[in-house]
Design a protein around this ligand. Structure first.
Ligand SMILES: Nc1ncnc2c1ncn2[C@@H]1O[C@H](COP(=O)(O)OP(=O)(O)OP(=O)(O)O)[C@@H](O)[C@H]1O
Ligand SMILES: [Mg+2]
Length: 343
């Protein structure tokens, strides 16, 4: 259906009130005209209000056009003012948002600086504590009773936990600054694996978890930052042991997936991770057991850092998990051709 042509009169709502205001017609004229317009409409003849006024002889066409034009000009001015006001408000809000964003970036920077500074400050006294504990344990400062020895061993374990927490925080602040630089080299991954298994043995034994390693013989060396990759595998083993029960098993496997890719996987038969929580576990400070009665410990930084470290290596972590059955965390590293220790 064709649209009726648009007339200025159609653009001006409540024309009647305006004409009364301007003294062109009286209140009574308006009432009569509206009643007349309604009558016509009922009879099937819809008239515009301006047409009604001219038909009734209340205004001539020239007066009507003049009144309408004046009203349109008023509308246009009002619209322009409203637009200007809106633009000013948008400018102001944009400036406020930019300022808030700048403050947020500054705060984030302060937070990372704070974490970095505090972590370094914590490390110095801890080094002294660890050093003297070691002297005491080896009885370099005098002989000890069995009870004293046991107490010192607990202190050593606790200071070890503190040290790893501080290391995690330092790594976190480095990666938050985008300063996670790698010292890449050609590393003997089988040797690294044996060292890591030895480091994790005590924890597994303490929990009654069966820890084993399946390392394919004759693996080529891989391109990686030895310290950070060792830390990564240790974190995955630490989680695997932590989130399994007594008599469950944890296995570290290293195999050549292809000539170039060496696959490292940590498998456990522990509590598992629900499908919908899979992405969350890689967020900093995120722990699935967030209740106040958390009994697994930790800060929720491990996997976030694991992901950052692997990312810097150009590698991705892959997780497969079934609740109540266990989880497997896997990633691959690039093999390098050099096989000798000192190329
Ligand atoms: N092998 C696993 N089995 C079951 N849940 C796991 C496993 N590994 C990680 N998770 C879940 O992912 C969460 C995040 O792990 P992440 O290593 O980042 O933190 P954390 O171990 O709790 O603390 P941190 O590593 O800082 O000591 C854990 O709290 C746990 O809920
Ligand atoms: Mg962890």
């Amino acid at each position: 259906m064709a649209q009726p042509p648009l007339t200025p009169e159609m653009l001006v709502p409540r024309l009647g009130e305006y004409l009364v205001q301007q003294g062109h017609i009286s209140e009574d004229d308006l009432k009569h005209a509206l009643a007349y317009q309604q009558e016509k409409a009922i009879a099937g003849n819809s008239l515009l209000f301006g047409e009604v006024l001219t038909e009734m002889g209340l205004l001539n066409r020239a007066e009507l056009d003049q009144a309408i034009t004046k009203q349109i000009i008023q509308f246009r001015t009002a619209l322009e003012n409203a637009n200007r006001y809106l633009e000013q408000r948008v400018e102001k809000r944009t400036a406020e948002l930019q300022e808030a964003l700048r403050k947020l970036a500054e705060l984030n920077q302060l937070k990372s600086n704070f974490v970095a500074n505090v972590s370094h400050e914590l490390r110095t006294p801890l080094t002294h504590i660890k050093g003297y504990l070691e002297l005491l344990v080896v009885e370099a400062l005098g002989t000890l009773t069995e009870d004293q020895k046991n107490a010192l061993l607990v202190c050593q374990q606790a200071s070890g936990r503190l040290e790893s927490l501080i290391d995690n925080l330092i790594l976190f602040s480095q990666s938050a600054h985008g300063e996670l630089t790698l010292k890449l080299g050609s590393i003997d991954i089988s040797k690294v694996a044996v060292e890591i298994i030895n480091l994790s043995k005590a924890k597994a034994l303490e929990k009654g978890v069966k820890l084993s390693a399946q390392i394919q013989p004759g693996l080529p060396r891989v391109q990686a930052d030895e310290e950070k990759i060792s830390w990564t595998i240790l974190q995955l083993l630490d989680n695997a042991i932590k989130f399994t029960k007594k008599d469950d098993s944890v296995t570290l496997s290293i195999n050549a997936e292809t000539n170039e890719l060496i696959m490292i996987s940590v498998m456990d038969t522990g509590i598992g991770i629900p499908e919908e929580k899979m992405d969350k576990i890689f967020e900093s400070f995120h722990q699935l057991d967030g209740s106040s009665t958390r009994h697994y410990g930790g800060t929720g930084l491990g996997l976030a850092l694991v992901r950052n470290i692997l990312d810097a290596h150009g590698s991705l972590i892959d997780v497969k998990s079934v609740v109540g059955k266990g989880s497997t965390f896997k990633f691959s590293l690039l093999a390098v051709e050099t096989t000798s220790e000192h190329p």
